[in-house]
Design a binder for this molecule. Structure first.
Ligand code: FPP
Length: 241
């Protein structure tokens, strides 16, 4: 694969961390922190459209987040429903396509109906794709993809001796057919991937910032893009090779 320099990333993944700390620092509740986090998503969509970005994947709720207190879990899902209800018209009129990546198991019928409707209504939009990773965890995704692939092979009587290729497995990932992640941003000073898009981020550039997610804005996005533009991506080869 050729190396590329100074181009905008096609696919940006964001680990939106720090809502709780933002709220605590202001004497607010954690759910108010998540509400401010939802407003930051809104701003990110505006900035991404203005910058002509193509794909954004947002880590909105992980398979591990079920360990949180039930009141906090409820507040995140309520915010998601409110986000879709209040912004779907704007999303549609701006040409944004909504996708969901993650397991459908454990998601309420209300949440599923909202994300399915948003995805269905916006499916032909081409300007920007916003992929909500909800009840998402990479390890679960890869194991589920592998099981589905094996079932499909059995159905088609493919020999179990035939090696599985990455390209074949990728078709069963929740994110298929989105391109691989070019730039992964994590806010709030943590430097972990936390089970987010591990397969898809194999060659991603990793940008860490101390900014808490609710404070993340246009300036921070531009800083990440400018940093990305200075990286030399070699995909395992040589710079000029
Ligand atoms: C991490 O902050 C954030 C999350 C686990 C949830 C992300 C949710 C949103 C941005 C708002 C939900 C809205 C929509 C539209 C999906 P944290 O709570 O772990 O922060 P902390 O580490 O400071 O406690």
């Amino acid at each position: 694969m050729a190396s590329s320099k100074k181009e905008n990333p096609r696919h940006i993944a964001v680990i939106m961390d720090g809502n709780g700390r933002w709220a605590t620092s202001k004497g607010l509740s954690r759910s108010e922190g998540h509400r401010a986090g939802a407003d930051a998503i809104d701003r990110l969509m505006d900035s991404s459209l203005a910058l002509g970005l193509e794909y954004i994947s947002l880590y909105a709720f992980s398979t591990e987040n079920w360990k949180r207190p039930v009141t906090e879990i409820r507040s995140i899902f309520n915010l998601l429903v409110e986000f879709i209800d209040s912004r779907l018209d704007k999303i549609q009129s701006r040409g944004i396509r909504i996708l969901h990546s993650g397991s459908r198991k454990k998601l309420s019928s209300l949440v599923l109906s909202k994300i399915d409707r948003a995805a269905d209504l916006t499916r032909k939009n081409k300007k920007l794709t916003v992929n909500f990773c909800l009840n998402y965890g990479s390890q679960e995704e890869i194991l589920t993809a592998f099981s589905k692939l094996m079932e499909e092979r059995k159905r088609k009587s493919v020999s179990p001796q035939k090696a599985v290729s990455g390209k074949e497995l990728e078709k069963y990932l929740y994110t298929y057919p989105l391109p691989s992640v070019d730039l992964l941003i994590r806010t709030a000073g943590e430097r972990r991937l936390s089970n987010f898009l591990l397969w898809q981020s194999a060659y991603a550039e990793l940008f860490f910032t101390d900014t808490l997610w609710p404070d993340f804005g246009d300036k921070d996005l531009k800083e990440a893009l400018s940093w990305f533009g200075r990286r030399t991506r070699k995909f395992g080869g040589l710079e000029n090779g």
